[in-house]
Write a protein that binds this ligand. Sequence first.
Ligand code: KG4
Ligand code: ZN
Length: 384
Amino acid sequence: MKILAIESSCDETAAAVIGDQAEVLSNVVISQIDIFAAYGGVIPEVAARSHLEAILPVIHKALADANLTKDDIDYIAVTYAPGLLGSLLIGTLTARMLAILWQKPLYGVHHLKSHVYSIWINDPKMASSSQQSLSKSATAEVAINSDQRKLPEFPLLALVISGGHTQIIYMPAHNQFEIIGTTRDDAVGECFDKVAKILGLPYPGGPSIAQCAKHGDPHKYQLPHPKIDGLDFSFSGLKTAVLRAVQADCGLPITTPSHELASHLTDQQKADFAASFQATACDILLEKLEMAFRTHPESRSAIFAGGVSANQVLREKALHGLKNSLKRDLGDTQAAQIGIFFPEPKFSGDNAAMVGVAAYYEILAGVAPVDPYQMNILPRTPIK
Ligand code: KG4
Ligand code: ZN
């Protein structure tokens, strides 16, 4: 089976080909980050226009890199929801057109489902080096060899953390999702982006904060954890807390606009704020995930997915702090059996390999394709 997958929900134009063992035969991503760094954020109309220019060359390259032609492709998969309307339209219209012209079955994949399935991507390029590099950096328990790789066991808890979403999803089995926690305001990735702006760090904020925080003290500033009952999140308070702390540290009134603050900060202050914010955001995520294990103690794995899952501090805290907390909550034996999984960092952000692998598991389960003449985009629909 060969699946041509297409992703264009935000500001990455991507295509990939996935093979019989969910392995990546090619993976092409054109990012618009350079365009939007100048504006400090994504402009939907510009994103759609850039997708329009890039999408056919990206698809051609994905086929060429896999050494395949359209005749070798058995299925087409595309992100249909959620995302920016114009961006989703370019991807879905292209996929629908190809499905009709080439007469291939078409699968519409929810973007958060794709992020979840980034964990199941089988990357042959990682097969030889994965065990060694993972143990060296202690970033994840997953190995990515099709024969030896360890895959998550169900039921599991998925923490999906991106620029648009922050959710804890309970998965009893493949293709089954129950949202048990969600953000009531900002997504955690959005919070990274907004705090980066306050500190005068470039877009996208997540990698900039992570980089700047390397020289900072994570204990320098005490930032509050939101008091939200249950498994829901709130991140807008944390962003405001950073704003107020920066104003106070610089001796400025709270009326000082956020865009004026960076010029008052030294590099060391920026690093300390970045490190303190990053540590607090990661702790909040992991506290809720730990709580989710208490409400769903039958869960056998924790998977992290979405752009923020690339964060190295989060990975280290999950493998050490979370594991220790779970030992306290569930006992040594049960906690030891819980697998913790992160995507390879290159598959944390938006890409089409994860779309193809999500479709792969739908096809394996016998899910019927959609009608290419009827497929609709749904910019705001929940995971399914
Ligand atoms: O999944 P993604 O690529 O796109 C969406 O579906 O939203 O996630 C993008 C988000 C951005 O907010 C970005 O700042 C954040 O992921 N991000 C990170 C890191 N790399 C990307 N956040 C924290 N640490 C990182 N290393
Ligand atoms: Zn995404």
